[in-house]
Ligand binder design. Sequence first.
Ligand code: ATP
Length: 319
Amino acid sequence: VKKIAVLTSGGDSQGMNAAVRAVVRSALFRGLEVHGIQRGYQGLLNEELRPMDIRSVGDIIQRGGTILQTARCKEFTSPEGQQRGAEVLRKHGIDGLVVIGGDGSYQGANKLSKLGIKTMGLPGTIDNDIPFTDYTIGFDTAVSVAVDAINKLRDTMTSHERSSVVEVMGRHCGDIALYSGLASGAEAILVPEVPFDVKQIALHMKENFKNGKRHGIVVVAEGVCSGEEIARTIAEHSGIEPRVTVLGHIQRGGSPTHNDRILASRLADYAVHKLQEGDSGKAIGIHRGEFTATDIDVVVSTKKPFNTELYNLAMRLSQ
Ligand code: ATP
């Protein structure tokens, strides 16, 4: 591999910029040429490529979003689109590609790998839903944003002796809810991975208020149902009328935490190293402190295991 490219794809996440910076600088350090592709696979098909130098990624490590921008591209899901993508890369003399995104973006990278372009995937998503890595890039920041918001809600809830239902993101994965709920002392954490009984939760909250608890916070993952639905059910069974807050896209914004910046930098450097070794079609991660490079086929067909131990701890401490 002599010349590589980097793109960001799918939903953006904090730390993507840190990853782009590390891909570019690590490649240049290793004597490779590197191009940035604007707007994900759409930009690849539109030939929106430009050479990147050391300075092109200056002053971005601390910024949320992605300077390369991101897009979803229907055309690239067809074999013709993928063929054209590979041709564009070849035309520009590019034989390696780092794709920063979620599992959909990984599948695109895998298709390119089968067409002879060496590819590596980096887990750029706040959802933490990618297996074979303990954390995805952006997850730590998203949890921090959620915890910060819940702290603020708790201040005003306590003053008024009210309860709150907070809906957080994560798609089908409950990790943002689990981590932010545990870190903010939520009374209940509702995730798609664990069955629950809202009636029980409602009665428990009622009991707690009777016994002098001055607030109640329920964190619900968007993959379960809407916060509104949970609040309605709680009201039906207990008479408590929780206020609902949907955190939404603010969870995808803000300056990445040092954890996300370091994770992004390490994963990106390892991805470039693997490309230089001639490896391809792999998703890069860190599991229990060790780098992992797993076949994308395996990654996209494996469900990330849920951290039951952490969930049980949160439940034990939420009395
Ligand atoms: P996030 O989880 O943050 O939404 P993602 O990478 O899963 O990120 P997707 O919208 O699923 O987001 O995928 C991003 C892009 O990757 C798609 O718009 C499409 O261009 C490409 N892609 C998705 N699935 C495939 C596939 N099966 N084959 C080829 N390309 C794909």
